[in-house]
Design a protein. Structure first.
Length: 279
């Protein structure tokens, strides 16, 4: 008897999940039914001897004339007929089990589809939130870089002004030193020149670069999430994609040859002998 499980999964019975912790029961499979393959093996015993004998006959046959060729055709035809018969028998054995497995898989798939859709919705919301944070962070970083640039220009200008003033002081002191004869005054001028020369060697302070915020990990009791930037590509105009990124398609090539193409650059089109046998 077929059981209709759809009643257990009516859409209208689905209620929004409450914020309380959800602890689903574990799906415990029933004890597996004891499957005995001995009846299958017994039903195939007659085929065992026939198939083995056909293999031996095929190995022993030498195709050297029309009669032996006809014998080969006869064996290939019988071989193909038996393969079809065994395939039908195989399907008769496994189809009920496959249908049962498919029915069980569909029951689980219905549940996992809800969860996969929920995962997709939540990831979209999380991504939108993170993208908004990223744009805001990039805006602040850009503002900070601009502020740093202006500060660096100011520091460079102040350093240049100090060096210019120091150079003027040095020049004036040197001019006075050339005319000064008093030892004390000369010592003072020399000290001034040395001090201002040291000022010329002082570099302007360097504003540190903007610190880039690193991706953080969000940890919760059930797991953790983190982000990373990943470069991706999508095709906008296939005709403009460089040739080195295009793989030859054997399906399209075979279709072209079947349609009559006899020359394709980069390919060898050849005639091959193929034996076809109908049963």
């Amino acid at each position: 008897m077929d059981l209709d499980f759809s009643v257990a999964f009516q859409e209208e019975q689905l209620q929004p999940a409450r914020e309380a912790e959800i602890v689903p029961p574990r799906a415990v499979p029933p004890p597996p039914a004891k499957l005995d393959i001995r009846p299958v093996a017994l039903s195939l015993m007659p085929f065992e001897e026939i198939c083995r004998a056909m293999l031996q006959a095929g190995q022993a046959l030498s195709v050297t004339d029309d009669d032996s060729y006809k014998a080969a055709v006869s064996q290939v035809s019988e071989n193909k007929r038996l393969i079809k018969e065994l395939d039908l028998s195989y399907k008769g054995f496994v189809t009920p089990y496959n249908n049962h497995v498919t029915a069980i898989r569909n029951l689980f798939k219905r549940l996992t589809d809800y969860l996969k859709r929920n995962d997709e919705i939540l990831r979209q919301k999380m991504t939108a939130h993170l993208q908004k944070q990223k744009l805001e962070r990039q805006r602040k970083e850009a503002e900070q870089r601009e502020a740093n640039r202006r500060l660096q220009e100011q520091l460079d200008a102040e350093a240049a002004a100090q060096k210019e003033a120091a150079a003027n002081i040095i020049q004036t002191a040197q001019e006075k030193l050339e005319q000064e004869t008093d030892p004390g005054a000369r010592a003072t001028l020399e000290r001034t020149i040395a001090e201002e020369t040291a000022v010329l060697e002082i570099a302007a302070p360097i504003v540190p670069p903007v610190a880039i915020e690193q991706a953080s990990i969000t940890r919760v009791a059930e797991g953790a999430a983190y982000t990373k930037d990943k470069w991706k590509v999508r095709i906008i105009d296939p005709d403009k994609v460089p040739r080195e990124y295009c793989d030859p398609s054997m399906k399209k090539l075979n279709a072209a040859v079947k349609g009559g193409a006899r020359h394709i650059d980069g390919c060898e089109i050849y005639e091959d002998l193929e034996v076809n046998v109908k049963v």
